[in-house]
Ligand binder design. Structure first.
Ligand SMILES: [Zn+2]
Length: 247
């Protein structure tokens, strides 16, 4: 490394000064060169003779600042002053700025794309029973709720209304036994909007709240209205689930 070095602080001088009978000896715990190195690093924030990582600064600092070794401190301070002077004269590198905190690119937020998940009637649905089960197909490369195994349960209730004349309700269930519990927990108490489609192409949309129970993550039931519970075809999550506070 070439740089303008005060003759008083050249390695040759440093070495000579540590010899017996030197003009200003150190205590010999450390060479003058090391004291100069530390001072140089203090001023320029860059190494001088010792490559980065090849000078253990801790014992040196301990010797100077904790033990306050006077002969060594004198060398150190002289070196500091010299390097400051050289730096002011533009002969030494200016201290490099603190490394900027590494810029972490913001995670890519892809626009949410609703995808229809076709549903398949499960054979355990008895033709006369008040319950009909479907399993939703997986979505390729899906994450979030669309990446989880999903079962749809249609249940006949006695609650009839003009909006839901047959009383069928649909509950969505992400079973604990088929899904990563940690992922299920992420959506506990979230609101999610779904659209169910039947073979007739009629659809029903509803925002439901998802909650974690023993069996898994389940939705509040919603009315199937005029959809035929035996002829469901697809379910679609319409937007990212949100964890808005309950009104
Ligand atoms: Zn010393």
């Amino acid at each position: 490394m070439t740089h303008p070095m005060d003759p008083a602080l050249s390695p040759q001088t440093c070495a000579a000064e540590t010899q017996e009978g030197g003009r200003k000896p150190t205590c010999k715990a450390f060479t003058v060169l090391k004291l100069c190195e530390l001072a140089y690093r203090e001023i320029t924030k860059t190494p001088l003779y010792y490559p980065e990582g090849q000078l253990d600064e801790a014992p040196l600092r301990e010797h100077l600042f904790a033990q306050k070794c006077e002969p060594c401190l004198r060398w150190y301070r002289n070196a500091l002053r010299t390097y400051q002077r050289l730096q002011r004269a533009g002969k030494l590198p200016a201290p490099s700025p603190q490394p900027a905190s590494v810029l972490v690119p913001a995670p890519e937020v892809r626009p949410f794309e609703p995808v229809d998940r076709p549903v398949a009637l499960l054979s355990m649905s008895g033709s006369n029973s008040g319950e009909v089960f479907y399993s939703a197909g997986s979505v390729e490369q899906a994450n979030g709720l669309d990446g989880l195994r999903l079962v749809l349960t249609c249940r006949r209730t006695e609650v009839r209304s003009s909006e839901n004349p047959h009383g069928w309700e649909l509950t969505l269930e992400y079973p604990l036994q088929d899904n990563d519990p940690a992922l299920l927990r992420e959506f506990d108490d979230c609101l999610a909007r779904f659209r169910v489609r039947a073979q007739s192409d009629e659809t029903q949309q509803r925002e439901v709240r998802l909650g974690l129970v023993d069996a898994g993550l389940v939705s509040s039931p919603f009315a199937l209205a005029r959809l035929d519970p035996w002829k469901l075809q697809a379910i679609c999550l319409l937007s990212r689930p949100t964890s808005d506070a309950r009104p």
